[in-house]
Design a protein around this ligand. Sequence first.
Ligand SMILES: O=C(O)CCC(=O)C(=O)O
Ligand SMILES: [Fe+2]
Length: 390
Amino acid sequence: MSTTVTENVITLPQQVSVSTSDAQPYDYANLKPYVHPAETKEQLPWSELVTLDLSDFNQPGGKERLAKQLEHAVHHVGFFYVKNFGLSQEEVDRQFTLARNAFDLPTEEKEKYIADFANGAYNGYRRPGQYAVGTVPDNIEVYNFAKFTDDFKHQEEHLPDVLKAHLPEIAAFHRALHANVVLPLLRLFAIVLQLPDDEYLAKQHTYEKHSEDHMRYMLYRKRTAEEHAASNQQLTPGHTDLGTLTLLFRQPVIGLQILGEDGKWTYVSSQPGTITVNLADTISHLTGGYLKSSVHRVVAPPADQIQYDRQGIVYFARPHSDLILNPILDSPVLQAAGVKPRFTRPVSMAEWVKAKQALQLNPDLRKKKYEESGDGTVEVLEGFRDRNYD
Ligand SMILES: O=C(O)CCC(=O)C(=O)O
Ligand SMILES: [Fe+2]
């Protein structure tokens, strides 16, 4: 299957071919379609986020208009929406359908594909119940996909047949998110930072070179009201993401909250046809904290959505693994702001991923370190401290 590239926009082919000889049971006609749950009717404190129309990107003056729109969001909120990113709703819905069918498999089947988290690998399946939230086990299930490049060959070995059968389409979707959303946004950041070259950040994030970007099918299994009470209404505690940018596909079960500068949590609403984007730690490191890594969490859905599983698709963008995470010097904006390195020695992306993930994937270690420090912060690596936001 080939993808079409027009003006840097990847579109998926009309006819999606299926790659395995016994794929027929996995034709879309034979899969249970994913259907979005009904929207909430509750009035909640919503976050006010801008929406960037990426179809403006290649219009005369479009990049500059979009960069202007971004300026406030990247300093203060760290969250915004994008629309018109070159993938149809049907193509997005097909990914939700694949995810739904992969999550619906029997536990014994899914457990054949468990990722080797203990050794720092995370492509494949993650089962729920890896850590406690309050007094209940977490309810998160995941399939992670690395980049579809030679560095991550044979990732199908960590995937069930229903996903293997559609691997070319999943790969095209993965590449499209990188080409149509991640790279254009990095070009806009370059404009915001007045870098000498609009490609400055994009060149640190090419698809072909080694980096640990990954796309995630994610499921929060529904919980009872009692279970939500036992978890203090939390699904995922407050955190910042470790990469450059995170893309979250729209799903209507409300729960994602952003910590505002005023210390208040507000909810991200589910806007049709959009992807929610948040800035993460690495773009903050590369700008000495000038661009904000946004603090967010996921809480229990409103009462009229409590009966639904919450299914999402996420893309975590990261720079090349060998990039040194020093603040960019060629930016007049960063020079004027007088930003400083956030580590006491040169630290590579690979080292940063390893260090932050050791804390994320090892809740006992995390707990121990927070207890030892006693001030709500821990050193992740060489002078850089992370905070506990709960
Ligand atoms: O599920 C969501 O809405 C957000 C997930 C998230 O924050 C994460 O996986 O890092
Ligand atoms: Fe996150």
